[in-house]
Design a protein around this ligand. Sequence first.
Ligand SMILES: [Zn+2]
Length: 493
Amino acid sequence: MRTLTLLPFALSIAVASGACARQETSTIQAATKALGPTEVRSIEYSGTGKWFQFGQAPSPTLPWPAFDVSNFTASINYETPAARVQMVRIQVVEPGRARPAPVQQSPVQVVSGTYAWNMAPPPGAAPDTAPAPQPQVEAVEERTMEIWTTPHGFLKAAAANNATSQPANGGSEVSFTAGGNHRYVGRINAQSQLERVQTWIDNTVLGDTPVEITYSDYRDFGGVMFPARIVRTQGGHPVLDITVSKVTANPAVEIAVPDAVRNFTPPAVNVEMEKLADGVYYVKGGSHHSIAIDQRDHIVVVEAPQNEARSVAVIAKVKETIPNKPIRYLINTHAHFDHSGGLRTYVDEGATIVTHALNKPYYEQAWAAPRTINPDKLARSNKSATFETFTDKHVLTDGRRTIEVHQIAGSGHNDAFAMVYLPTEKILIEVDAYAPPAGNAPPPAVPSPFAVNLYENIQRLKLDVRQIAALHGPRVATMADLRAFIGQRSQTN
Ligand SMILES: [Zn+2]
């Protein structure tokens, strides 16, 4: 678990010194004055627009997928500091892309000091269960960034952190470092309005990830000047595009850290091995599984999900179960960040990454980015990645066991999407196309197009499947389970 040094930043705001040089001070004072005469200690703004799901692009060549936002409300207390963002959103189904019918989501995301949490039903509970605080340790960095990149927040943080400034485009560029090693750069125009903020936050795939927020169409919202349009990009694509309709200066924003969040200790990464066949292990224990395959003189692992901490724990457990062999290949199903965030650890380990051809240039570009905020093992070893790619099919063999990697063609989930088939054991490994429901849960009323497409791919390739080892979900499934899930009663295949 990484340590975030945000508290000193918060404190430094409270004891803002007059350390800025005269020019910086006057630039920041003029920009603060341009926001209106009211001293803003807290703010609430709301509007409508779009939100985009970072890290879940349907293809490595496409932007993050869009959701329509019918309500966005951010409530920020700059003094504590704390923020609550509430949204009502529903996914936009792109023309020509078969997705499950979108379901409206109403996330509530909170940060206070060094604590972050969501208000949501507990994981695995029925959706109508009462919301309760769900700790989100990994979200502190991003949500803190969201506070100090708002117009008032940026100017307060600039004043408190010895900002420097230089002339730019008839205005000035103001920059400072805060919260440990987070750099913020703001562009203030000739009218003394903050029109853009750039910063960088850590990401498992993208490293130091650029975040850019543009503010335009400043208007007088009852005595406080605030941008009527806010666009935020992250990793080069939009994550938020909001038209602001209401702003309240100095509302009461009292956000107490719930005991369940304050006393939460993230559990150690749990890895459990379940033998599926001779030399084939289901690597479980968390929300995202892997598969380890014991080849004659090496190991093949399928999937490196989540992050380096999970990869380190999985690698240790795999090597304990299959001793004295190197992990030579890591097969990656697709580039969604929750399924590719642990890949770099396997590159550091010396494994070749097997992935769809579209993903290779994407990973190469992403992994070339600087990693100064949270250097991982690969950033320190500086090894270069090797890839084996395919478009339709790729085969790995040790002379005894064959491992087939097939494209899942035509899936709405992802355009560079793979599943793995072991012909001797008749095991299919897949993720995000079909997750077997727990227990005797009934199949969905409307079959998921992702699961229907998986079934069609299995039929097209004439794969003789006995076990489906899904990398999400509680258990191994059968073809009968998959057929029932998509509402097919036929017993052929
Ligand atoms: Zn996915």
